[in-house]
Design a protein around this ligand. Structure first.
Ligand code: F6P
Length: 548
């Protein structure tokens, strides 16, 4: 069944939300807490290890009610079923969107064109298990009989960001293999990494859903050439020991010369930016072992079940997505900050930038008409507490509404309680500060206590007042484990889905990325020729400047 096609701004709920916005925009959330002592409890969703507190947002109970009505009026429930059942909801590419099937239970059934894909998924998982165990244990060896010490993931976009983010996030759980990620077509990236490597003990994993991506093929070709350098005494046949590939494109992999035994298939119903659960996650399994990789998948499965089966009012991805709609479409907030209080999650925002912005950066609705409302949010963020000393000033006292999501963990991994308490004190205090701000009266009392003169106080006071009322949502998780990480990533995947459904856009294509790729190939031809194709004067000037 096709997705319902509703302009969200034409729903009754949207009109109510518009009225609600007008009536509530000047309210102070700190006053709402005074008015209702149960607000924090009411606007919190808890399960066995997630505490999702959205009570510090600029919303009333009526706002939540109307947002939930909006979800119903665009038939979110029906859309979720279409998504999980493998209907071709990626309509512009005629494909299902089934990353959820990759972490489904073995006993589940998911049909694609009438065929249950679960046995095939589990066969690939078994292959990942056997392959990674043999590399990690040292059973598989390189061309000189030595065990592998280093792994290089060659991919870009979804074939890089997901594995790179998870490998970094789960560094605590990793084994002896040193992981490297080559993505950029910038030759300095690949050559810098090669400089550190010994060909005898390095495994290369080429990851590309299409196996046509310029960056990945250039890097893989450069690495293959390096590997076959006579100085290393390698032969063509040694490639079979040192190269593996993940792709839907078996023909192109064969052309590249990778041994069929080292080829891991994926499917066109898995989008690149949602593919880390497939064999694209081979580097993850190599880094932390198959059991941890599988736990990551099982954590995602837990979130899938929560999302599919829980009433919207208690559904974390649904509520989280509705909050984005609220700020993006009623407060005209353009960005959202994601601030994990864990250094391990330093790549998390970069990963979500692709997931969220490549999915929902669309300006045409599901009818093919230009949208008349704002869609995709701009995502940014860095771990706390570093970010507090970088861009938090603007969140506290700048002129923009920036909804911020705070993600923290109750337990640290090394168990240094002194550091953990300090980290979490900051995590908690920042949302409190953003909520309450600091009034004129409070600043006055503070400056008087410091003994400043009346004149000094008058001069300083306006700069020290914090307006507060800055919206934040807090997600407190028990501990950073493969399972909780899987659950967290899946939360955002479903949030993306809900937003796309409400905005009435197609979240699973990315045509916008294609134009730049096409033009780059024309420019590359021009760079290597005496003549140029037709370009605008600025482009021509830069091109000529580069050629000289
Ligand atoms: O940036 C566009 C894109 O198609 C992404 O969606 C994808 O993750 C990336 O390029 C890499 O594609 P591939 O895995 O086919 O090399």
């Amino acid at each position: 069944m096709a997705l319902q096609n509703t302009n969200p701004t034409k729903t009754a709920a949207w009109q109510k939300l518009q009225e609600n916005y007008t009536n509530t925009k000047n309210l102070k959330v700190k006053d709402l807490f005074k008015d209702d002592e149960n607000r924090a409890k009411k606007l919190t969703i808890k399960d066995n290890d997630f505490l999702f507190d959205y009570s510090k947002n600029r919303i009333t109970e009526d706002t939540v009610k109307h947002l939930l009505e909006l979800a119903n009026q665009v038939d979110l429930k029906g859309a979720i079923e279409n998504y999980f059942k493998g209907e071709p909801i990626n309509q512009t590419e005629g494909r299902a969107v089934l990353h959820t099937a990759l972490r489904a239970k073995e006993s589940d059934t998911v049909l694609v064109d009438g065929k249950n894909v679960i046995p095939e998924i589990y066969a690939v998982k078994e292959k990942i298990k056997n392959y990674t165990e043999s590399i990690i244990s040292g059973k598989s060896k390189g061309y000189t009989g030595k065990a592998f010490t280093d792994v290089v993931n060659i991919g870009i976009g979804g074939s890089d960001l997901g594995p790179a983010m998870v490998v970094e996030s789960l560094k605590f759980y990793k084994n002896h293999l040193k992981m490297h990620f080559v993505s950029n077509v910038d030759g300095d990236h690949v050559h810098q990494i090669l400089k550190e490597l010994n060909p005898e003990t390095t495994l290369f994993v080429v990851v590309s859903k299409t196996f046509t991506t310029q960056e990945t093929l250039s890097n893989a070709t450069t690495i293959k050439k390096w590997f076959l350098n006579p100085e290393f005494k390698t032969k063509e046949s040694d490639i079979a020991l040192h190269f593996a590939a993940v792709s839907t494109n078996a023909t192109k992999i064969a052309e590249f010369g990778i041994d069929a035994n080292n080829v891991f298939p994926m499917w066109d119903w898995v989008g690149g930016r949602f593919s880390l659960w497939s064999a694209v996650g081979l580097s993850i399994a190599l880094s932390v072992g198959f059991t941890n990789f599988n736990n990551l998948l099982m954590g995602a499965n837990e979130m899938d079940e929560h999302f599919r089966n829980t009433d919207f009012s208690e559904n974390i991805p649904v509520v989280s997505a509705l909050l984005t709609i609220w700020y993006n479409n009623f407060y005209n907030a353009e960005t959202e900050a994601i601030i994990p209080y864990s250094q391990y999650l330093s790549r998390f925002s970069a990963y979500l930038q692709q997931g969220i912005m490549e999915s929902n950066g669309k300006s045409v609705d599901r009818n093919g008409d230009p949208v008349t409302y704002q869609t995709g949010t701009i995502i940014w963020g860095e771990p706390g507490t570093n970010s507090q000393h970088a861009f938090f000033q603007l969140i506290h006292q700048g002129t923009k509404v920036i909804p911020a999501e705070f993600i923290g963990f109750k337990e640290s991994l090394f168990g240094d309680q002194d550091h953990q308490d300090k980290l979490m004190a900051n995590f908690i205090a920042q949302t409190e500060a953003l909520l309450n701000g600091k009034t004129k009266e409070e600043v006055l009392a503070e400056l008087q206590e410091k003994g400043l003169s009346d004149k000094e106080i008058e001069d300083l006071l306006p700069f020290k007042v914090f307006e507060g009322n800055k919206p934040t949502t807090t997600l407190l998780i028990n501990k950073l484990t493969p399972k909780s990480l899987g659950k967290l990533i899946a939360l955002y995947e479903h949030k993306i889905f809900v937003q796309g459904i409400i905005w009435n856009i197609f979240s699973y294509d990315q045509w916008g990325v294609e134009l730049g790729k096409q033009l780059a190939s024309t420019v590359l031809k021009d760079i290597n020729s005496d003549k140029n194709e037709t370009h605008d004067p600025s482009t021509l000037q830069i091109l000529e400047g580069y050629k000289k």
